[in-house]
Design a protein around this ligand. Structure first.
Ligand SMILES: [Fe+2]
Ligand SMILES: [Fe+2]
Length: 190
């Protein structure tokens, strides 16, 4: 049976041994140099290449989603639900906005945003779709949003505290995709 007095004595000791929260002075000194890196400081440095790669895959995903929603907007316009066709355009514009924010962050990190149309669909997590039926369009958009939500959730976990600016951007976009998915789920049920 554990000695309760010993346990009570051990607790403050554990707290006292906890590593103090101190800044990395060497990294702060390094931040004074390398001015050509702009906003990229040593904290992000080791992960920059990986984060740019993840962001470029996300950029491809956003561009494919924007194209799919545009296609659906124009082809659904003649179908029974002009309201949903209009909503597809709203989503298309929001995906384009996401793509712009991701591209801007890639440049901030010293990378190059990849807008190459040749490899868009192979790099994108989500798929393009040419359905002609409104329900099939909604379903394919919901699948794409769910794929994006999963990919962005994994990115948030991977990036963690390695690059808080990128993580916040991804969290912001993730919240928008969750709203998109909820809307699509409702339209599918109508
Ligand atoms: Fe998006
Ligand atoms: Fe979306």
């Amino acid at each position: 049976m554990p000695n309760s007095r010993a346990t009570a004595r051990a607790t403050p000791l554990l707290i006292a041994e906890h590593a103090p929260l101190t800044l990395n002075e060497a990294a702060i000194d390094a931040a004074r140099a390398s001015l050509h890196d702009g906003a990229v400081t040593p904290n992000v440095g080791p992960w920059r290449h990986d984060i740019v790669r993840l962001l470029n895959d996300a950029l491809a995903t956003e561009l494919v989603c924007m194209l799919r929603y545009k296609r659906h907007h124009f082809t659904a316009a003649g179908l029974a639900s002009p309201k949903i066709a209009e909503e597809f355009l709203v989503h298309a514009n929001e995906e384009a906005g996401h793509a712009d924010r991701i591209a801007a962050r890639i440049v901030q990190l010293g990378g190059e945003p990849d807008f190459s149309p040749d490899s868009l669909t192979t790099r994108s997590h989500a798929e393009y779709d040419e359905s002609s039926d409104l329900k099939a369009m909604i379903r394919s958009n919901l699948v794409a949003e769910r794929v994006a939500i999963e990919a962005y959730s994994q990115m948030v976990a991977l990036i963690g505290d390695k690059d808080s600016t990128t993580r916040r951007l991804v969290e912001d976009i993730l919240a928008d995709e969750q709203v998109h998915a909820e809307e699509l789920k409702d339209w599918l049920a109508d």
